[in-house]
Design a protein around this ligand. Structure first.
Ligand SMILES: Cc1cc2nc3c(=O)[nH]c(=O)nc-3n(C[C@H](O)[C@H](O)[C@H](O)COP(=O)(O)O)c2cc1C
Length: 224
């Protein structure tokens, strides 16, 4: 097989064989090496204007896992058995507005933009948020903009895990208010700067999954 054909086959094979894990073997641990790669893929994920409006929390603490379980119907089996359980936090509007200290930090210390470029980028960010996204002044819509972006590292982590042969579960089946209250009480979440967007677990399955079901290509792709 030619290299391009091999790559295509590998891609299709990876996505056809990636399943949401619905039950983990608590005895089987993901190696440090694999987990490091998965987190590196999350870190390298793209974001709107490169602002990386996220933070990842590896939740090893069993007591806290048990505390959030009653309010996390979609995460029960993962909280019990997954080797690695990651909370994905999204930045609050206070950090993503053009004059925010976090935006200055990102554009200066991380992206290394010059003074002129920073000013231009901040002006662009302002008009983008105000005129195009129309989220300025609407905290919920603003926060959802950050949350939407966290689904990019989420998806990339799912794919990275699948390539490495690690099973995974993406999750948004939890009561945000109740789980956040616990995370705040435990000192894990600073509600001024972050909210809980979604969760992801990694490990090795202890049961078989249903065969994959998807709509046909004709149904999902339209050519105009
Ligand atoms: C954003 C998102 C949230 C999800 N939340 C949950 C969840 O809370 N619990 C769960 O067991 N599965 C969850 N899933 C998994 C979906 O049910 C699953 O991806 C879908 O049924 C397709 O199956 P597959 O991933 O095995 O191909 C979620 C998936 C996505 C993308």
């Amino acid at each position: 097989m030619k290299k391009e054909e091999e790559m295509r086959a590998l891609l299709l094979d990876t996505f056809n064989n990636r399943y949401t894990c619905k039950g983990y073997d608590p005895q089987k641990k993901v190696s440090d090496e694999d987990f490091k790669v998965i987190m590196e893929i999350a870190r390298l994920s793209p974001s709107s204007m490169g602002l990386e409006p996220w933070k990842f929390v590896l939740l090893n603490n069993r007591e806290i896992r048990d505390k959030i379980k009653p309010y996390s119907w979609g995460a029960e089996v993962s909280l019990d058995g997954a080797s690695h359980f990651v909370l994905i936090l999204a930045r609050k509007p206070v950090d993503l507005q053009p004059d925010a200290a976090y935006v200055e930090y990102m554009m200066n210390d991380v992206q290394h933009f010059t003074d002129d470029l920073r000013l231009a980028r901040k002006n662009k960010l302002k008009s983008f948020q105000e005129d195009d996204l129309q989220i300025t002044g609407n905290d919920r819509a603003f926060f959802d903009w950050a949350c939407k972006q966290t689904y990019i590292p989420l998806a990339n982590m799912l794919t990275a895990a699948a390539i490495l042969g690690v099973d995974s579960t993406p999750m948004e089946g939890f009561n945000t208010q109740k789980v956040e209250a616990i995370l705040i009480e435990e000192g894990i979440l600073d509600p001024v700067h972050f909210g809980l967007s979604c969760m992801i677990a990694f490990g090795y399955k202890n049961r078989d999954h249903r065969p994959k079901t998807r709509r046909s290509m004709a149904e999902v792709l339209e050519e105009v």
